[in-house]
Every structure is written in C-alpha cells, then in structure tokens.
Design a binder for this molecule. Structure first.
Ligand code: MN
Length: 287
C-alpha cells in the first residue's frame, strides 16, 4: 500500500493517479491507541490502520495531481542519514578537490542527523537560502522504521521496517558540520508517499533516477550501496534506539548537482512512484 499525507494533514492511500482519503479511519484508530513519548503514532499503528482501512478504493478520492503532498511521516523522532555510502559519489567528490586526500568513508564517519524541522513533503518545495553559496540535491532511497528497536542484528533488520520512500538530502556545501549545512528548513524532502515494505521485497535492488529540469543527474541503484539497508539499520540501532517513523537517508549516489530557484527536480522510481519537487528562493516571512 502507498500511504501519503496531503493538504492539511490528511492521510491518503494512493491507487494509480488517485488519492483515497482515509483520514477518518486513521483518526479513529489513533484515538484508541496508547500515547507514546517518541515516534510517529500513525506509523506505530500502521498494521491496525491497514486492517481498519481494508480496501482503500472504497474511500472517496481526489486526483493525485490536485493535492499537495506532505512528508509521509508526520513526526519522526529523528532523521538519520548516511554520508558517503556509494563509491561513485565518493569518487566524484574527491575529483573536486584532488589535493584534499581521500575523504572518510562511512566506516570511519558513521551516521549523522538532520533536524526534524528541515522536513517537508514534495508539494511544499525546497526554499533555497544562501544564494551566493553552492546548494546541491542528493536524491536518496529512504527507509522508514516501523517499530522500536535497539542493537538490531542485520539478519533481523528488515523486521523493523514499515516501508520506503524517496528523499532529497539538500545540502549547502561548505566547511561547517554536516548536520548544520543539511538541516536548513525544507532541506529534508520526503515523499512522494511511503510504499509499505511488502511492496519492495529487496530494498537493495531498487533503481532510481533524478532529473533537474529534464536533464538526468542521478542514475542510481541501491545494489551499489556500500552499507546496505540492513547494515544501516543495524549501525543506527547500535547508537540510537529506533522508534516508529524514524527515517534513514541511505546516502547520495553519484550525480549530485547544483540547484537554483525555479529548478524542478523530478525523481523516478518504479518501486515507489514519481516525485516532483520545485525549488524556490527562500523568503524571510519577517521581510
Ligand atoms: Mn546525503
């Protein structure tokens, strides 16, 4: 099933080119659910919600093209991200500064966190700050955690997954800490919806592409991940307790490139769905 959030915090199931509105069912299940300190209640109760929804096609629908897609998870306890997790991306970054020596690989760097306040859905767009600096897109396959876990072994890792989506780890390049440069408001795009894990038998066998204004940038495949999905979940859970709704950006493939206001980023991934994200210049609401 493909679960989305859309418009003003509504929940939907995407079937073909339509969004079936299941907000009332989600609300009903969550009204009877145990409150949690950490984690996203909708993801924590996903199995109950799926059962209560049943055949989603019976709910009233809107054309997908008419809704504003939000991030499929409303309240992750954290946004976890993998740096340098594709050899070809490591090589392209090294080629930019050949005198800098070899960069640290994921084995040495570990993972990093992005601020939750950076999270948006594809319909909200990326609002670029620091127009005098280089801002780039990193389209990444994303894991959504489905249940609480710590010290998760690799061979059990997929038991902890709720589903998968696509993500843009938007990045302003520079010397500051990763978490600082990658946590600007709107620099964590998640979408277009979450495909539940039964839809993707092997997350390490998923091709995906990104086009910027119609020009190919990333042409990627998750079988090129240095640390695959299971390894990333195991590593993250060695350091952090994972909660339902936590997400893992699995790392940028080769093909990162600059973005500017007016650009349109289009992701293609048959296993999940297409995603379109527009780029704008950030406008300070205080003027
Ligand atoms: Mn990244």
């Amino acid at each position: 099933m493909r679960f989305c959030r859309f418009n003003k915090d509504r929940y939907g199931v995407v079937i073909g080119a339509k969004v079936h509105d299941v907000t009332d069912v989600v609300a009903e299940v969550l009204a009877g659910a145990k409150p949690r300190r950490w984690g996203d209640p909708m993801i924590a109760n996903l199995a109950k919600i799926r059962k209560a929804v049943g055949d989603a096609s019976k709910f009233k629908s809107k054309p997908l093209a008419s809704v504003t897609l939000l991030s499929p998870v409303a309240n992750p306890s954290k946004l976890i991200a993998a740096p340098t997790n594709y050899h070809a991306h490591v090589a392209e970054m090294r080629a930019r500064s050949p005198n800098a020596g070899p960069g640290k690989g994921i084995k040495e760097s570990g993972l990093f966190l992005k601020a939750n306040s950076a999270m948006v859905g594809p319909g909200e767009g990326v609002h670029i700050r620091f127009l005098d600096r280089l801002t780039e897109h990193e389209l990444e396959f994303m894991i959504v955690i489905g249940k609480e876990g710590s010290q998760i072994p690799e061979d059990k890792a997929l038991d902890y997954v709720a589903g998968y989506c696509l993500s843009l780890d938007m990045t302003v390049r520079g010397s500051e800490e990763r978490s600082f440069r990658k946590s600007i408001d709107s620099y964590a795009v998640m979408g277009p919806w979450m495909a539940t894990k039964d839809e993707i038998k092997n997350p390490n066998d998923v091709p995906f592409k990104l086009f910027c204004n119609g020009k190919l940038r990333h042409n990627a495949h998750t079988n090129d991940l240095i640390f695959n999905c299971q390894k990333l979940i195991a590593l993250a859970s060695e350091f952090y307790t994972l909660h339902p709704g936590d997400v893992i950006f699995t790392g940028a493939p080769a093909g990162v490139g600059p973005v500017k206001p007016g650009d349109v980023l289009t992701a293609e991934c048959a296993a999940i769905g297409p995603m379109e994200v527009k780029c704008y210049a950030y406008k300070n609401p205080k003027g």
